[in-house]
Design a protein around this ligand. Sequence first.
Ligand code: SF4
Length: 303
Amino acid sequence: MAERVKHAHTIFENCQLCPRRCGVNRKKGDRGFCRAPVRVVVFGSQPHFGEEMSLVGHNGSGTIFFSNCNLRCIFCQNWPISHEGRGKEISDEELADMMMNLQKIGCHNINLVTPTHVMPNILNATRIALTRGLRLPLAYNTSGYERSEMLKILDGIVDIYLPDMKYMDVDKAAKYSAGASDYPEVTKKAIIEMNRQVGELALDKRGIATRGLMIRHLVMPNRVAGTEKFVRWVAETLPRSTYVNIMAQYHVEYKAFDHPEISRGITAQEFLEAMAWAEKYGLTNLDPQSVAVRNFYQHRRSN
Ligand code: SF4
């Protein structure tokens, strides 16, 4: 673990942590696309009850929100945190304290939100927390815009991978996520690596996630997210029992108002067609809440 922390920290000197590969020396104070310093900036940590049921359980998911982001979507719901970097700079020891506090108050996991650009700090804080008795699963809650080479450093340390798959189309990725036209390709590779490391979702007898891959896909208006291609890719590439959360909660945020294609919420029909594609391609482990939303829309339509 100490060797991995050392290796990860050297990456800051010529930052290649994510596919932007800025090459800046964050140890000397330079900042790249994500605008993150070398010390971790945290907006807050708390039990969170808005995540998937298998993460929330009874006591909540122990969420740590990292400031700054390497993707910076124009429809980001957390834009004051991810785009403007609001938060407090803390040491890796203080980050370890946060993890231990979330464990102490009974959370079921440590949910690391937007972790990509601070992976070395997380690794070091985890090393410290492990010496203090951390035993909760680590959930890596990411936009998916990850280099699989960097994920390999986390092999055996992260228990639950929670990646988004936002787009399947290079033009949409470039347009809505700050020029990241490689998003579909690199995220597919990253998810394959995550699956190799942790495999299918495993739950304990209370129904709480202990290990595995949980993919999130937000349905966007006007088929911007490429949902049919996404579910087909999952069905052809990963086990069909891979956990997939097809999410209905897109809402217009931040600069999305300036783009007519994404300046409205999705319709019931758009969500129903997304769920129908998931069934058509044979996905068998859809998030229970997304199934409930589909059933609700179907019921409303038939009455
Ligand atoms: S983590 Fe930040 S500085 Fe490093 S490559 Fe990515 S965007 Fe650039």
